[in-house]
Design a protein around this ligand. Structure first.
Ligand code: HSE
Length: 313
């Protein structure tokens, strides 16, 4: 076995507007880096975490990277120990799938070290255990795209079914992260547990339209389908200036704009005819106008998922 490996796992946009908990896509940046080294202690240890401001736990029972890795090793019946060195290169509680990227980086790195006994989709349930730890819900719409790349649909959780969807040429994403924190657990608590049949039916139509638009590169349909009238209105109150930011994105040519995952980041999708840098600047400016500093990322859709950055001897 190699003596170390350094990997990158990407940030993700979950929900993609209307598809709460069942669709997500991967970005090229930001993301997490993780170094994994085998140890002779038969145990998984979190040795160091950089870039988290001291917030994340190094207790292996309370870190998404080690929880996911332990779930994987237990399922394989492996007693191999590993040391984790985590470099957070993305904000926590941002709606960009920070906990998911760490979990994916750990299990991807271990699978590479062990000479790929498992396929990416076989790794998915272990990454979902990290999400269960992070927010009490084992949703897959961040971990699946981080692990598999591209757009990933989760048509069913029981049994777990996932499918990678096509990425239309010329589609790009803008994500703007305002410097406020929203915990996923809190953002799930504000959601109503019951909706009307009429709301459900409209939303089903949009999810279907969104999926169809990816298969047919129909940007007009994509623009008409992104809208979320169930989750977004409930969560918008947690993001000061959300509707101004959304309006700025749409006025500057974005196909659509909504909350990234559970927020507070806001994402927009841009087609071939729009300028992602212009959209990003307008969205960032809308946050800054209400005195909220924000960071903007523009990225093509990341079709690859996690990658090995460096491999030891
Ligand atoms: N689908 C999840 C949610 C993503 O919106 O709560 C959170 O990371």
């Amino acid at each position: 076995m190699k003596d170390s490996i350094r990997v990158f796992a990407p940030a993700t946009v979950a929900n993609v507007g209307c598809a709460f908990d069942v669709l997500g896509f991967a970005l090229h940046e930001p993301g997490d880096e993780l170094i994994l080294k085998p140890n002779f202690e038969n145990t998984v240890r979190v040795i160091s975490i950089e870039g988290d401001g001291g917030v994340l736990s190094k207790d292996p029972q309370f870190n998404t990277a080690s929880v996911a890795l332990n779930a994987m090793l237990t399922s394989m019946g492996s007693r191999q120990g590993f040391d984790i060195y985590l470099r957070k290169k993305m904000p926590l509680g941002s709606g960009l799938g920070s906990s998911a990227a760490s979990a994916v980086a750990a299990i991807f790195a271990a699978n590479e070290m062990l000479e790929k006994p498992l396929s990416p989709s076989e790794l998915l349930p272990f990454a979902m255990e990290g999400e269960r730890l992070a927010c009490g819900s084992a949703h897959a719409d961040n971990v699946a795209p981080s692990l598999l790349g591209g757009f990933v649909l989760i048509p069913s959780y029981q049994p777990l079914i996932i499918r990678t969807l096509p990425v239309p040429e010329g589609l790009s994403a803008v994500v703007v992260h305002p410097e406020i924190e929203v915990k996923t657990r809190d953002a799930r608590d504000v959601l109503r547990q019951k909706i009307s049949l009429q709301s459900a039916s409209s939303q089903w139509g949009r999810v279907g339209g969104l999926v169809a638009s990816l298969f047919t590169s129909d940007f007009e349909l994509l623009a008409a389908s992104l809208d979320d009238q169930i989750v977004e209105p409930a969560r918008a109150v947690l993001i000061p200036g959300f509707y101004r930011v959304k309006q700025a994105a749409l006025e500057n040519g974005a196909l659509g704009c909504s909350i990234s995952g559970s927020g507070p980041s806001v994402f927009a999708l841009c087609g071939p005819g729009s300028d992602p840098a212009l959209v990003a600047n307008a969205m960032k400016k809308a946050f800054q106008e209400i005195q909220i500093p924000a960071t903007a990322y523009t990225s093509e859709i990341n079709r690859k998922g996690p990658v090995v950055l460096e491999s030891g001897d």
